[in-house]
Design a binder for this molecule. Structure first.
Ligand code: 3PY
Ligand code: MG
Length: 258
């Protein structure tokens, strides 16, 4: 089933970042009720050697009825191939700044005639019961539903948002608020500065006009509700690492209070 059809009438989709690369943790998170998990190969020490692990985490999440996106660490064709061939429902591609970069990503991620993705979705057949990678169905249908999601997270990316988002083969767009704010000289992941809010609004409007869903990150419930009211379609909320730290701190505080 396509990533954006998993909760058609009740957007936004809510997702949790997986950073440990461990199956047990993925299984626990996938059963909590999140709509999707984001396997983060960008900001966690999960190297190319561990790329096979992505496939197993996708399978673990899928058994919990969770969709899986993989955030790859670069625009490299090898990462795009590994992440899609293992049966994930889509890729998040960081730091996309212009149309040329987006065109190259789509070339790697889409089969002909749109792109030049090479055929070999070896693990996809095991990742999701709805995927049948062994016959023409994956090539003809499923692969078209795989989500290709550029991250807009710089001033330059916002300036070129229309050119990036309108490339054929782009499914949705994700705004990385922390890096976007850094590029604006602003701290943290949220704030009321006009330059930041106008950038969010601009990307939302462009994507509305193009019919592309827009996602972003929120570090807590208040931020999540704010972004929901603004019209974001999928939101990433605190992930595995933050949840473990918060749970451990709360438990220790509870067990040591007088
Ligand atoms: C950012 O905010 O820069 C992100 O990459 C969010 O995941
Ligand atoms: Mg970022």
């Amino acid at each position: 089933m396509a990533f954006f059809s998993c909760k058609p009438n009740a957007l936004p989709l809510i997702g949790c970042t997986l950073g440990f690369g461990t199956l047990l943790s993925a299984q626990i998170i996938a059963r909590v009720g999140y709509d999707y998990v984001l396997i983060d190969m960008e900001h966690n020490p999960l190297s190319a050697r561990e790329s096979g692990l992505m496939a197993h985490v996708v399978i673990a999440a899928s058994a919990g009825r969770c969709k899986s996106l993989i955030r790859i660490p670069s625009h490299g064709v090898e990462w795009i191939k590994w992440a899609l061939d293992c049966g994930s429902h889509g890729i998040l591609v960081p730091m996309v700044k212009n149309r040329n970069e987006m065109n190259a990503i789509v070339q790697s991620a889409r089969y002909p005639p749109v792109g030049q993705r090479s055929f070999g979705p070896t693990m996809a057949a095991f990742a999701d019961l709805d995927i049948d990678a062994t016959n023409a169905k994956y090539f003809k249908e499923t692969s078209n539903d795989v989500a290709v999601i550029p991250m807009i997270e710089s001033i330059e990316g916002v300036e070129n948002a229309e050119a990036i988002c309108s490339v054929e083969g782009v499914t949705a767009v994700f705004i990385g608020p922390v890096d976007l704010r850094l590029s604006m000289g602003l701290p943290g992941g949220d704030g009321d500065e006009q330059i930041f809010l106008q950038a969010l609004q601009k990307v939302l409007e462009i994507c509305r006009a193009l019919g592309r869903p827009v996602g972003t990150f929120a570090s807590n419930g208040e931020g999540c509700r704010k972004r929901t009211v603004e019209g974001f379609d999928f939101i990433l909320v605190p992930g595995e690492v933050a949840l473990l730290a918060a749970g451990a701190q709360a438990s220790l505080a509870d067990c040591t209070k007088g």
